[in-house]
Design a protein around this ligand. Structure first.
Ligand code: NAD
Length: 424
């Protein structure tokens, strides 16, 4: 963690990175100044402080945030994270990334993000419920199914989304409004396929990328860093399609088998022991070594900034699928580009989650729910369409895939903003 902190300070912040890519894409798109000024900064940044009664009877104050980029295409959308190091800048950067991700996927949403600075690992369920309900009440004036729609993010999940929908509904004449938050339990209007959407969407993107590399999945290898929700689902999909997952890892370390691992068996081992390490029949390797393995696809699916200026020259993968948000620093991105290693950017590769969140919102608004097969078919359609748009822009504009994705995304928001005109 100390190393990561150092990198965070010495390389550039997530917010600076988000602005850098926006500025470059705006320049390439030759956006007019008024649109650049409008889209470069978020529309709303809310800071709240609020008290929570802890189990021992004391009252502690917490700070929380909600940032909305611009509701140009529709209501804003984005997750809520609980973490001791959440800052307003980080939440703003993530809100901006959400804006481009939603636009790229063709969703009728702007971007948003929320966070509370707290350590959920040290809090009881009762404390977390009181914190969540109070935070929800504080941000409620900005939340609604047509205004801004939260979702889970780091250390929040179905349970917190259920508390949020209940709290805000109770404040609204007790009228149950499932569409005001996504990632809910199915019994409260959650969607089929939401829990596997990010890994599944990343897998569809990987198939498209392999196709462009003239590789069949049955002859391809992948190394996956992070074996949580996103990484483990990706690995299972890749394996079931006939690909070889030669390495996976988690925070405790990694495992390697040149003949391929069985992700289902690894998941079982992780459930029993708490980690992928010591999986029978595999060699152990470190997280750093995993990133430098020879393979077709490298899939960072854990933390941000893991590919940086020191290890980017040593990456031997042919392409990178960014399931994690922001796994590649700006400098690493340049190095990988110079070395001819394709990077499928996070705003495309991990957009399956927000896409199925959109499906959840649509179903909630109609109170009519789709089968798992229907969700999966539509997810594939959306992921394939977005990849094709990015690939086409990449070829036409002669830019890398990240810049192509930013250009497609920003172009759509700019067109909508231009059509609506400036209410100045
Ligand atoms: P998760 O908590 O389920 O899994 C994270 C995994 O990373 C765990 O296996 C953990 O052990 C591992 N990890 C933690 N520290 C590590 C380290 N230092 N080295 C290697 N591995 C480490 O989280 P998730 O939901 O799978 O999210 C992973 C990434 O994907 C994050 O960047 C997240 O922002 C991004 N993402 C997730 C979703 C989603 O719907 N889950 C959507 C979009 C983006």
């Amino acid at each position: 963690m100390a190393e990561l902190e150092l990198r965070r300070r010495t390389e550039i912040s997530m917010l600076d990175t988000a602005r850098h890519f926006f500025d470059r894409a705006a320049e390439k798109l030759q956006l007019e100044e008024a649109i650049v000024e409008l889209l470069r900064y978020p529309k709303r940044k809310l800071i709240v402080t609020f008290p929570v009664r802890m189990d021992d009877g004391r009252v502690r104050h917490f700070e929380g945030y909600r940032v909305q980029h611009h509701p140009v295409l529709g209501p804003t959308k984005g997750g809520i994270r609980y973490h001791p190091e959440v800052t307003l800048d980080e939440v703003e950067a993530l809100a901006v990334l959400m804006a481009w991700k939603c636009s790229l996927m063709g969703l009728p949403f702007g971007g948003a993000k929320g966070g509370v600075r707290c350590n959920p690992k040290e809090m009881s369920e009762g404390e977390l419920e009181r914190l969540t309900r109070r935070y929800a009440a504080e941000i409620a004036p900005l939340i609604g199914q047509d205004i801004d729609i939260p979702a889970p993010d780091v250390y929040t999940g179905e349970r917190e989304m259920a508390w949020i929908v209940d709290t805000i509904s109770m404040h609204n004449h007790a009228q149950f409004m499932p569409g005001l938050v996504t990632g809910k339990p199915k019994v409260l209007g959650g969607s089929e396929g939401r829990d596997t959407a990010t890994g599944r969407g990343g897998f569809f993107v990987a198939l498209q990328m392999l196709d462009r590399m003239n590789l069949r999945v049955e002859e391809a290898t992948a190394a996956v860093q992070g074996f949580g929700n996103a990484g483990s689902v990706f690995a299972q999909n890749f394996h079931e399609a006939g690909g070889q997952v030669i390495a996976v890892s988690d925070s405790k370390g990694g495992i390697y088998n040149a003949q391929g691992l069985d992700p289902q068996a690894v998941l079982q081992h992780k459930r029993e022991t708490g980690s992928v390490v010591d999986f029978p029949g595999a060699d152990s390797l470190s997280n750093e070594e995993l990133l430098e393995l020879e393979c077709d696809l490298l899939v960072p699916a854990a933390l941000e900034n893991v590919l940086h200026r020191e290890n980017a020259p040593k990456v031997k993968a042919k392409a990178i699928i960014e399931l994690a948000n922001g796994p590649t620093t700006m400098r690493a991105d340049e190095i990988l580009h110079e070395r001819g290693i394709a990077v499928v950017p996070d705003i495309l590769a991990n957009a399956g989650g927000v896409t199925v969140s959109y499906f959840e919102w649509v179903q909630d608004r109609a109170f009519y729910f789709w089968s798992a097969e229907e969700v999966d078919r539509k997810l594939k359609q959306f992921m394939d369409r977005a990849f094709q748009r990015v690939w086409q822009r990449h070829e036409e504009a002669g830019v890398d895939l990240r810049m192509a994705a930013y250009m497609v995304a920003i172009d759509r928001v700019a067109q909508a903003a231009r059509a609506r005109g400036l209410y100045a």
